[in-house]
Design a protein around this ligand. Sequence first.
Ligand SMILES: [Zn+2]
Length: 323
Amino acid sequence: MRERVKRFLKNMFYQDRVPSSIIFFGLEGIGKRELAFEFSKTLLCLEHTYPPCGHCVSCRHMEEFVKVEEEELYFYGEDKRGKKVFLYLRGGHPDFVYVKPEKGEIKIDQIRGVKDFVYLSPALSKRKVVFIEPAEAMNPYAQNSMLKVLEEPPQDTHFIMVSNNLEKVLPTIRSRSFLLAVPPLTKEELKSLTGIEDPLLLELSGGSKSMALKLKEDKELMQTARSILEEDMLTLYKKALEVEKWSLDRQVLLLKVLYAVIHNRYLELREEGLKEVLDMLSAGIEYLNKGIRLSLLLFQLKGGIKDVLHKGTLSGYQQGSSG
Ligand SMILES: [Zn+2]
């Protein structure tokens, strides 16, 4: 799976068809950032290779970037009133900046700061890279400002964005970007990345490394997710009441696990019914703290999946054994 994406990027690179804006999107915890960062490194590599050579001056600066303490990379500018504002992370590479949210969002001043950067000529490499993660953290003002940059894409600059939730990125930005779907990790890939062998755990993590590691810590959550997907309505009813007593974070994590499993099934089966369940779940994840009853959500979910998924949904796993 991963290899297919890499092959695609490689062809794009060697055929010199790299778009000025690419959004790497997909589930949380499947390695999008690593792929996008490696590709950024390639765009800047002085040896012009994919994967990047790893030893040229450019590659060395990029490697340092990930090793240096983040606090040392903070780069500040001024807003319109002369107040100091955080713009992006900047290391030793003159042609690379990393825009990340401050207090939960990416603000317009940050995109303005990026504009100052992108219209300069590259200093070391042949191009420049602006890395934005996560793209959906740009607030509406920042997104509109970003759109203006993409409408007149500066020469030799690439915007490499990463998104866990593409639907929150403005359609106008999406339409000006190349959308690269990053597939979930396969069970084999997950196994080798985490050392986890438990088939149920691998299944429930839905191809997400971060999910797999969280589930490893929380076996009860894992069993609850399994019951919800596989057992009858009465069990679901009992479970739902228990789950409503959990902390909000843990409830959200449960919904994310369910999302990941159903998302994987959707990729296989392409059933419209499952798409609706996914939309409902992502709304649930967003509004859970605003008064949505989790039990009602779970009932709806069960109704939505019952025709498509049934017992034995979690393939490769026998009920009753704990792996
Ligand atoms: Zn290099």
